[in-house]
Design a binder for this molecule. Structure first.
Ligand SMILES: [Zn+2]
Length: 188
């Protein structure tokens, strides 16, 4: 096992996301990428911003930008917390950033992906499509294969764990909500 990838996160957005909570769930879900608000020399920097990008993330050099402007609405629709939404967007970006670090000949068009398979890595969407894609929490086999072929076995395994973790949290909350609703129903 190699050392974890150091990922420094900063919230430049007005979203209700709590950075310490985001780091906690990111590091609980997987161990390959270490999230913290501070690193002396981070390998990746994640910035949560208020811009209206239609993508879940954008990568430039060692900076992953995650747009949070529609996060509240998307979270309400998909039943995710802002931290889980931030974790998903940032982790997808970190995987792509690692691919670029390991493979300097990669170009932006190598990451092009049409929206039809509802994969989290698909590009060029409207806000509604982002919500639909996040609701499904799915990464297609060809994306996993693409990143594995680029030497990112550990990143793809970590991404699967992140997706499983977020899905598990969402199911757990919905079961709690249901049992609470049932409890109230029985009392009345
Ligand atoms: Zn895909």
């Amino acid at each position: 096992m190699s050392n974890p990838v150091s990922c420094a996160v900063g919230n430049l957005s007005t979203s209700a996301m709590k950075l310490d909570h985001l780091c906690r769930i990111a590091n609980n879900a997987q161990t390959h990428v270490s999230y913290a608000t501070r690193f002396p020399k981070p390998e990746v920097v994640v910035a949560f911003v208020d811009s209206a990008l239609s993508e879940l993330f954008e990568v430039q050099f060692n900076i992953v930008t995650v747009p949070m402007v529609h996060a509240a609405g998307i979270c309400e629709y998909t039943k995710l917390t802002p931290e889980e939404f931030g974790l998903l967007g940032s982790f997808l970006g970190v995987v792509q950033q690692r691919a670029l670090v390991l493979n300097s000949e990669l170009r932006a068009e190598d990451f092009e992906h049409n929206a039809t398979p509802h994969c989290l890595f698909s590009r060029g969407r409207e806000k509604e499509d982002v919500a639909t894609i996040v609701e499904r929490l799915f990464v297609c086999d060809s994306c996993y294969e693409f990143y594995r072929c680029l030497g990112l076995e550990q990143e793809t395994e970590a991404l699967k764990k992140v997706i499983e973790f977020v899905e598990y949290q969402r199911i757990d909350r919905s079961l709690h909500r249901r049992s609470r609703a049932k409890g109230t129903g029985e009392r009345t």
